[in-house]
Design a protein around this ligand. Structure first.
Ligand code: DGP
Length: 113
């Protein structure tokens, strides 16, 4: 059995979050450790540990998450932003429930560290 993640507990309402959008497939809330003035997390309700475990049957869900990320970025008034998916520990993934970071509100450097 896979260990329950903090995001699953947020989805169940056991841990509060600063929610900004929700629909039948996903939830969006503010990151607790923001790396920019706007830092949102878009998470699917479906439990997928990371992009590594996503399959072709998740294709429309993944597309939905991308479109929602743009929708909430627009809602936050962002002109530019970065959408990030960390996959695996070495890439900085700490919560093993697939999520998209939406980061903006300041100039962002490239390449990322
Ligand atoms: P990653 O490092 O890509 O796995 O991103 C996980 C993010 O989740 C990280 O930026 C911090 C955030 N986070 C961790 N725990 C919580 C929490 O309990 N609430 C909220 N809002 N964000 C959390």
């Amino acid at each position: 059995m896979t260990e329950e993640t903090i995001f699953n507990r947020i989805l169940k309402g056991e841990i509060p979050c600063d929610e900004i959008y929700r629909d039948e497939l996903c939830l969006v809330f503010r990151d607790i450790q923001p790396q920019a003035p706007v830092h949102l997390l878009v998470i699917p309700k479906k439990n997928i540990p990371s992009l590594k475990e996503a399959s072709h049957e998740d294709a429309s869900l993944l597309g939905h998450l991308l479109l929602v990320s743009a929708k909430v970025a627009n809602k936050e008034g962002l002109e530019s932003w970065r959408t990030v998916i960390n996959t695996g520990e070495s890439a900085g993934q700490t919560v093993f429930h697939l999520h998209l970071h939406v980061i903006g509100g300041r100039d962002l450097l490239w390449p990322p560290g």
